[in-house]
Design a protein around this ligand. Structure first.
Ligand SMILES: O=C[C@H](O)[C@H](O)[C@H](O)COP(=O)(O)O
Length: 234
């Protein structure tokens, strides 16, 4: 089974997860990236069973529209029962690193509005400690060097992602070398640097459900587990 097969399988599992819970008025939040793309392609089968979607990037909006799925403005939505998106890293407390595709800010906004955030990933994304994947940080262009100096003071090695401009017109710094033992504290600290729009740690609003694909099937990890069960798949 290839990694892409696992992405398809986990997208299918997410579709099954929401199938019985959506209705004609539902608006679904949609993430960005190759795993989210598989979800979008499969969501087309449920067209007519929900009202519309909100997309976390222009790329996802375009793909959704390509399937004839309506995409509406987040400001026109009162309730978002689900947000489905991939991740670059996920720990067993369901804190994530996201933004490998530079969509982190809109992803964080849509995730914040959703009642349930379902993260879909293949097992290569599961980690004990976040930070091996460089943390993407969206930055206002004029603040680039200032923010880089501040991130160095936090112990990281920021690298400018050249040639990338986000959907919001900003740049991305990828911060290498951080061993993130307290994801919430690091998320807050990075976000307090002036010029940072947001960073790719999703710990203050982590996932509610992690669907993790392996060659033997898709496992579910949920935050409703008791602390002693946390980290155990069922
Ligand atoms: O900005 C991109 C997003 O955070 C993606 O969800 C993340 O990079 C995972 O992407 P993929 O499913 O392609 O591995």
């Amino acid at each position: 089974m290839t990694q892409d097969d696992m992405k398809k399988a986990v997208a299918a599992a997410a579709l099954e997860e929401i199938r019985g819970q959506i209705h004609a008025d539902s608006v679904i939040g949609i993430g960005t990236g190759s795993t989210a793309n598989h979800f979008i392609d499969q969501l087309a089968a449920l067209k007519g069973k929900f009202r519309a979607t909100v997309a976390s990037s222009e790329a996802s909006a375009e793909r959704l529209r390509g399937h004839g799925i309506e995409v509406i403005d987040l400001n026109d939505v009162k309730e978002l029962p689900f947000y489905i998106d991939g991740a670059d890293e996920a720990n067993l407390q369901l804190a994530l690193v996201k933004g490998g595709g530079a969509a982190l800010t809109r992803e964080k906004i849509v995730a914040a509005c959703a009642k349930e955030f379902i993260c879909i990933a293949d097992e290569s994304k599961a980690v004990e400690t976040l930070g091996k994947f460089p943390i993407p940080v969206e930055v206002i262009p004029m603040a680039r060097n200032y923010v880089m100096r501040k991130l160095e003071k936090l112990g990281g090695r920021p690298v400018y992602r050249e040639g990338v401009i986000t959907d919001n017109g900003n740049i991305i710094l990828d911060v290498h070398g951080l061993n993130i033992t307290d994801p919430k504290a690091m998320e807050i600290e990075m976000n307090s640097i002036v010029g940072v729009v947001t960073n790719g740690i999703f710990a203050c609003r982590s996932a509610d459900l992690l669907l993790l694909a392996s060659p033997t099937g898709v496992r579910r990890l949920s935050v409703i587990n008791t602390p002693s069960q946390k980290g155990e798949y069922y």
